[in-house]
Design a protein around this ligand. Structure first.
Ligand SMILES: CC(C)(COP(=O)(O)OP(=O)(O)OC[C@H]1O[C@@H](n2cnc3c(N)ncnc32)[C@H](O)[C@@H]1OP(=O)(O)O)[C@@H](O)C(=O)NCCC(=O)NCCS
Length: 338
């Protein structure tokens, strides 16, 4: 049975059951990824940026004969932002190829259509059943990135310490756990507005203006995701010349996510990219001692950044694609009777 579901009011048993399904999916599709924990999972699912909405549905098995509620075998949610709905679907490996994934997508797509949105986007992990699934439903590939993973056990820390200090004269680095300090928010937002070398999925828009940046940091904290930032400051102008952001999620605290890394155009060629990333890893080593890996996503054309990541020890892992579909087409294709 598929029904609308609100993580804010869901029972703890439902959250735990969804976590079991998510971890069964990871074990089947991405066995190298760490399992998720329940820490802040409810908040992760419930909290959104101002102006955005996330609507969720679950597919729950029938209750047992003693009345114990059935397990959550599938889930879909759609995040409504701008004119697009960003979809995420999960089906427990034991319930696949029975049409449940298609039913969940159709349920979400109908709502997105009735809310007047134009298209649906989805992140599809390469080499998993999701590729065949979305292609069968008529989604088209828009954009491909490579995910790379750095195993911290392979890092040469002495070399990293040298990299972190190999920055041109006239710049200095600052480390800010939790986000940039308020007095630097405007300069930080200006640097992000220059975003050209984004190490981030297109479906996660960067924050360009100071208020949006504050909102996005606040949203990360509410979702149990702790941001860390290293800045390169240009001493003469006080401008932010470069920045790198890593987030440690409470849900999988052994594997951190690299978000944006930006070196502002005028400040390229001074070793800032390498130095800020090296400094970040050194800081994380003491701030988050449980951390085992960092994952990052890069456009395949972004050769300069791929080169620095390779020097740091990142290994390409798999493709990470964005697919999209016109909502009206999807609804009519899946549900021709309506
Ligand atoms: C993708 C997913 C939702 C599909 O769920 P499902 O319930 O098995 O899908 P359906 O049964 O509705 O399949 C519909 C159609 O999609 C296609 N399809 C589904 N799985 C496929 C596969 N493994 N290979 C090729 N085509 C596939 C088929 O055309 C299928 O129709 P058919 O069974 O009549 O041939 C499920 O595999 C899943 O949860 N994957 C993980 C998704 C994810 O987000 N992972 C992120 C962390 S890894």
């Amino acid at each position: 049975m598929v029904r609308e579901w609100d993580p804010r009011t869901a029972s703890s048993a439902e959250i735990a059951s969804l976590l079991d399904t998510l971890n069964a999916v990871l074990a089947a599709d991405l066995p190298q990824d760490p399992p998720w924990q329940e820490n802040s999972l409810r908040e992760y699912l419930a909290e959104v940026m101002p102006g955005e909405r996330r609507i969720s549905w679950v597919a729950q098995a029938e209750p047992a004969s003693n009345g114990v509620p059935g397990a959550i075998m599938g889930q879909v949610h759609v995040l409504l932002l701008g004119d697009i709905g960003v979809l995420e679907v999960l089906v427990h490996p034991s319930a696949r190829r029975t049409g449940l994934g298609r039913e969940l997508v159709l349920t979400a797509a109908r709502r997105v259509y009735h809310e007047g949105f134009q298209s649906i986007g989805v992140e599809v992990v390469g080499d998993t059943p999701a590729v065949g699934f979305y292609e069968a439903l008529g989604f088209a590939k828009e954009y491909v990135e490579t995910r790379s993973v750095l195993d911290l056990a392979t890092v040469d820390w002495a070399e990293l310490t040298e990299m972190a200090s190999g920055i041109g004269a006239g710049y200095h680095l600052e480390f800010h756990p939790g986000g940039p300090p308020d007095e630097l928010i405007e300069a930080y937002a200006r640097a992000k507005a220059e975003v050209r070398d984004v190490e981030d999925g297109e479906l996660r828009p960067s924050s360009y203006d100071p208020q949006r940046l504050r909102d996005s940091l606040d949203c990360l904290h509410r979702r149990g995701m702790k941001p860390y930032i290293v800045l390169a400051l240009h001493e003469h102008s006080g401008e932010v010349a470069g920045l790198t952001e890593v987030v440690v999620p409470a849900q999988h605290p052994t594997r951190a996510d690299q978000y944006d890394t930006i070196v502002v155009q005028d400040h390229r060629g001074y070793g800032i990219d390498r130095a800020i990333k090296a400094r970040m890893l050194l800081e994380l080593r003491s701030a988050e001692p449980q951390l085992v890996e960092v994952q990052t996503w890069n456009a395949q054309a972004n050769e300069a950044m791929l080169k620095v990541n390779a020097e740091l020890g990142y290994r390409p892992d798999r493709e990470w694609c964005e697919y999209s579909v016109d909502v009206a087409d999807l609804v009519h294709r899946l549900d021709p009777g309506r």
